[in-house]
Design a binder for this molecule. Structure first.
Ligand SMILES: [Fe+2]
Length: 471
């Protein structure tokens, strides 16, 4: 070991588990990045999705400063001969460089973000990258929270001690401070910090290997006051966000198709995002979805991914050849006896288009939607994301949507509704049923994944609605 290496170890022996000291090593960069991230989040809440992603990236970079330090510490401890910290740093940098070069120069298919390569080695790289990305980010945030709580406890203890000392005139303050800084308390904190930081990595592994494919069938009763009598008990199954790709395989989608058919719905609604990034995959996803069966037909609308990749026309044609009707600024009357409900489908458009283009397009879609609504009839709208929910005067009774993947595929909604990635980014409608002055919206969590192939707290979902007039 070189003298420099030896020097770098002085004072660190036995301190590997001390979270605070490790944060302090890079505290200026980490604090700066976190402040930038916080500022970006605040700006993003004025409805700027791209900035939210940028804020996440900043937090990720801050977390990597922290974790690289931990990996170097661990490497020095575990590798016999204790190689120089500088060599370990070079090796860690090479891993980051590899991931970057693996994606570069084509920021398109094959890229870790836009995974569309089915070769096992690529899938392994995608899975490892995303496990590390999500796990290290969550663990970092948890450690910061843990550190903040510890600081708060210490501060409270100090204040309590001082107050006691002032009242009782003895050395309670010193006693309390000594207790807070005692070796046993530090050891306890160190072990807890390790446990806290390990939990997200284990949880994300679970989300990657199991929860991502653990489909839940959700049965949702929907009361529609003006539902025609003939439609009492009518069942609509909804599948959303299929995202065929390396991690959402044709076999898995076939499994979802079999579950859906087993529910024996009267009608099936598909609410967009059939592919992720690969236009070549459209033929296969259509072939699999062609297995869906319902007496009143299978209908759908376009998601943003069809528009992003430019396959709206072609996939609509492929679906039509299989008897599946994509409703693109169209309506389809569903008849039962002499009675009718009106099914409408509207395109989402591309999320990659400039903001101004999207606004103009949105206004045009709204006008088209108004023309498709049938008065004095139950109108059900299929739209990938419900930008229009809240326009009560439109006369849409029920809107079926998806897009958000149950909160960006990462959610702690079981603790508190709204504690999920998408809500943090300012998205108003996330999952489940919403009601607004008589109009209802259902946000389906989808069955596939995009971006990271992980679902945590946001299981894939097949929904079956039972329409009723009864309360
Ligand atoms: Fe999606």
């Amino acid at each position: 070991m070189t003298a420099a290496c030896r020097t770098s170890r002085i004072g660190e022996r036995g301190s590997f588990l001390l979270v605070y000291r490790r944060v302090v090593v890079h505290w200026r960069a980490i604090i700066l990045l976190l402040i930038l991230a916080l500022a970006t989040f605040l700006i993003a809440h004025t409805d700027f999705f791209g900035l939210s992603l940028f804020a996440l990236l900043l937090i990720f970079i801050a977390s990597q400063f922290f974790w690289i330090g931990r990996i170097l510490d661990l490497g020095e401890r575990l590798i016999p001969g204790k190689p120089c910290r500088a060599w370990l740093a070079i090796m860690a940098s090479l891993v980051y460089l590899f991931v970057f070069l693996y994606s570069y120069p084509e920021w398109g298919l094959g890229h870790t973000i836009r995974a569309a390569d089915y070769r096992p080695q690529s899938m392994l790289i995608y899975a490892a990258f995303w496990w590390w990305f999500v796990g290290s980010l969550l663990a970092f945030l948890l450690l910061i929270a843990f550190g903040a709580v510890d600081r708060a406890v210490r501060a409270a203890g100090w204040v309590y001690g001082k107050a006691r000392a002032a009242i009782l005139h003895h050395s309670a303050a010193a006693d309390a401070e000594a207790a807070l800084l005692s070796p046993s308390r530090r050891r306890f904190l160190e072990r807890t910090a390790v446990l806290v930081s390990a939990t997200p990595f284990v949880a994300v592994g679970y989300g990657l290997l199991y929860e991502r494919r653990n489909v839940e069938v959700v049965r949702q009763r929907v009361r529609l006051a003006r539902l025609p009598k003939a439609f009492e008990g009518f069942h609509i199954a909804q599948l959303s966000d299929i995202h065929i790709g390396p991690f959402t395989t044709a076999d898995y989608i076939r499994h979802c198709v079999a579950i859906t058919n087993g529910l024996e719905p009267d009608l099936i609604a598909l609410t967009g995002d059939y592919i992720s990034w690969d236009p070549e995959a459209q033929g296969e996803v259509v072939r699999v979805l062609a297995g869906l069966r319902a007496p009143h037909g299978v209908f759908g609308c376009m998601g943003n991914h069809e528009a992003d990749v430019g396959i709206e026309e072609s996939i609509t044609g492929l679906f039509a050849a299989q008897g599946i009707h994509m409703l693109r600024q169209e309506r389809a009357p569903i008849r039962l006896g002499d009675e009718t409900i009106n099914l409408i489908g509207i395109d989402h458009g591309s999320d990659l288009a400039p903001m101004h283009t999207r606004e103009v397009e949105g206004d045009r879609r709204l006008q088209q939607l108004k023309a498709l609504v049938m008065p004095n009839t139950v109108n059900i709208l299929l739209i990938h994301y419900p930008h229009i929910f809240g326009y009560l005067e439109l006369g849409i009774d029920l809107t079926l949507s998806g897009d958000i993947h149950g909160g960006g595929q990462l959610s702690l909604d079981f603790i508190h509704r709204g504690l999920n990635l998408s809500s943090l980014m300012g998205v108003p409608y996330i999952r489940g049923l919403y009601e607004n002055g008589g109009a209802q919206l259902y946000m389906n969590r989808g069955i596939g994944t995009t971006g990271f192939p992980i679902r945590l707290g946001a299981r894939p979902e097949i929904t079956v609605f039972e329409l009723t007039r009864e309360t």
